[in-house]
Design a protein around this ligand. Structure first.
Ligand SMILES: [Cu+2]
Length: 162
């Protein structure tokens, strides 16, 4: 189920408006959780948090961070003009968590190898395209964009029981 179907199914406020037209879908902040623009992940304000002192040591401070509930779809939308990826750091996830990366790779090394091998590989997300992942394991996750990680395009996800 895509995110719009999910929102419609749960009767989210504004879903009807979101469906009114493609242009408004992209403009509506309820349609994504994290914007991807030039060299930065930008969580929507309502879900953005500061990293608390009790976060695990593998989670960096001063990184754009979003908090979501277990089972809640998280959508990254490319609002910029470059290609980006959402690539999980395998060593920075809760025990037992499923690996996540745009392109659906099972491992971080597979995503990296694919990105180096082909244009558009590694789970590259084109402008105006999105990637959605559902986190089933609570805890802290750290991720990055492969081409812009050197420019500090990184982010955290905190998944909580609600
Ligand atoms: Cu990027």
């Amino acid at each position: 189920m895509d995110r719009r179907s999910f929102l419609a199914a749960v009767g989210a406020v504004g879903a009807t408006g979101v469906l009114a037209g493609a242009a408004s879908v992209l403009a509506d902040s309820t349609d994504y959780d994290v914007a991807m623009r030039s060299n930065a992940f930008a969580p929507v304000e309502s879900k953005a948090i500061d990293v608390p002192a009790d976060a695990p040591g593998y989670i960096p401070d001063d990184v754009p961070t979003i908090e979501v509930a277990v089972g809640e779809p998280v959508t990254w939308l490319n609002t910029g003009t470059r290609y980006h990826t959402v690539t999980g750091v395998a060593a920075a996830m809760p025990d037992g968590a499923d690996y996540f990366a745009s392109g659906g790779y099972d491992t971080e090394s597979a995503a990296l190898e694919s990105f180096e091998r082909e244009v558009g590989g590694g789970g590259a997300i084109a402008p105006s395209e999105s990637y959605t992942h559902v986190f089933d394991t609570p805890g802290w996750y750290y991720y990055y964009c492969i081409p812009h990680e050197p420019a500090n395009m990184v982010g955290n996800v905190r998944v909580v029981e609600k």
